[in-house]
Design a protein around this ligand. Sequence first.
Ligand code: FAD
Length: 501
Amino acid sequence: MQAAADPVRSVVIVGGGTAGWMSAAYLARRLSHLPIAITVVDSVEIGTVGVGEATVPAIRDFLAAVELGEPDVLAATEGTIKYGIRFAGWGGEGHGFFHPFGLYGVPANGVAFHHYWLKLKAAGHDLPLGDYCLATQLAERGLFLPPSSQPGSDLGVFNFALHFDATKFAHLLRRLSLANGVAHVDGRIVDVTRGEAGVRSVQLADGRTIEGDLWIDCSGFRSLLLGEAMGVPYVDWRHWLPCDRAIAIPCRSAGVHRPFTTATAHDAGWRWHIPLQHRVGNGIVYSSAHLSDEAAEGRLRATLEGEPIAEPNRLRFVTGHRAEFWAGNVVGVGLSAGFLEPLESTSIVLIQSALERFVALFPDRGGDPRLAATYNRQSVLEFERIRDFILLHYWANRRTGEPFWDAMRALDLPESLAERVEAWRAGGVFVRREWDTFQDPSWLSMYAGFGLLPERTSPLADQLGEEELLTAFARMREAIDRAARTAEPHADFLARQGRRA
Ligand code: FAD
């Protein structure tokens, strides 16, 4: 069944936050050979959500796709390097572990490193996993090394992401988009007119009307087109992920730029610490059923490491997604399509993969339901995979005696996550699935970080004896250490990007 429609001649992006300008910059590049006009409509009056400062390494692919150089982005957004996330207090007060953007160790005789590590652990050798991961070492020592400088060995396989000022990032993308022919209209949308294919036009408060063939809804939590105009319902995941509020308070930077995000647990959620060059992004995420807004703000203020430089930004959200991400001629990108709480900094990568998927399925005519169906199936899977990974952080917690955390440990896991945990428990096996954002090393960092170990070690690891393994592990540790010693201080690297460090 093919939708009867004319060729697509115009794409209108509603919203000028991170999602809107990422969409504009990406589509302007990828569709540049087609006679398609791209317009962004947003409202300065309404503003943007104003948070979203930490990314995952895929951001580097996005920057390459839109032809932005990393040094330019670091300079324009007061950005810093991120090698992963430090989780503090999730396994109880004083406990911590690191989720790195890199591999652990090297396999031997076709057997994955973690099986040998588990075997040594079972034999009483408590070897810190982070000693076998270059990204962890760079993060903990405050160093910078570009991934490409360590070729040829799995030991050198790591990557980095960026922290950046979200407003400055949107401005940078806006400049780029306008230079690449995107039109911009500043106006508040007050009405949406529907047609046979979906949305036909939007009316602005000043009386102007904007028409379009395809619509990208980047209007934020309000979901003006996908949710309101198209009436697509929201799939609410609060029964799994009950945190529903956040407060952000940036403060002046004390000049220490740790190359990682910190996520510190508190009695009803967690706090983030994101170091930028000019300031530190701080925020508290919490369950409103377990903590009042006043108490949450007090808790955040008590932990700030510098002087606040803005009023608190108070946010409410519901973890979940729209039942359809693409309905008729409307595709939701960013918060309008769904939101997974920011524990693993996944919203921006979801924007990016939505755009990649949309271009891969780009219809030369208006909304084709067959393409939309594929898009929707893939989008739901991607959201579910990330939800499961985030949920593992909560479910595996070891904070006892706090109602929020006790309830999280007692949750009935979704089948998709329960199967992963059982396979790990039974034999140290990672279950891999289509549209996984997080790969084996990420799952290993969580299982090991929470002390969730398999019931028995793998017989595959028995092909190497304990002494042989200890020698091989010592060699790996030395190689990682040698590589880390070739790195420069993160602060020096930032200074070389032409900015203060
Ligand atoms: P918004 O920024 O809200 O933009 C919406 C746009 O729509 C605005 O331009 C607005 O003017 C426009 N608009 C709305 N209504 C109208 C109207 N009637 N007429 C005209 N224009 C209109 N993501 C990460 O990847 N990493 C993180 O570390 C991270 N941390 C987060 C922390 C919190 C507490 C929250 C809530 C989110 C976080 N996110 C994070 C998510 C990230 O902030 C968003 O994914 C990202 O900013 C994209 O937002 P958006 O562009 O979809 O929406």
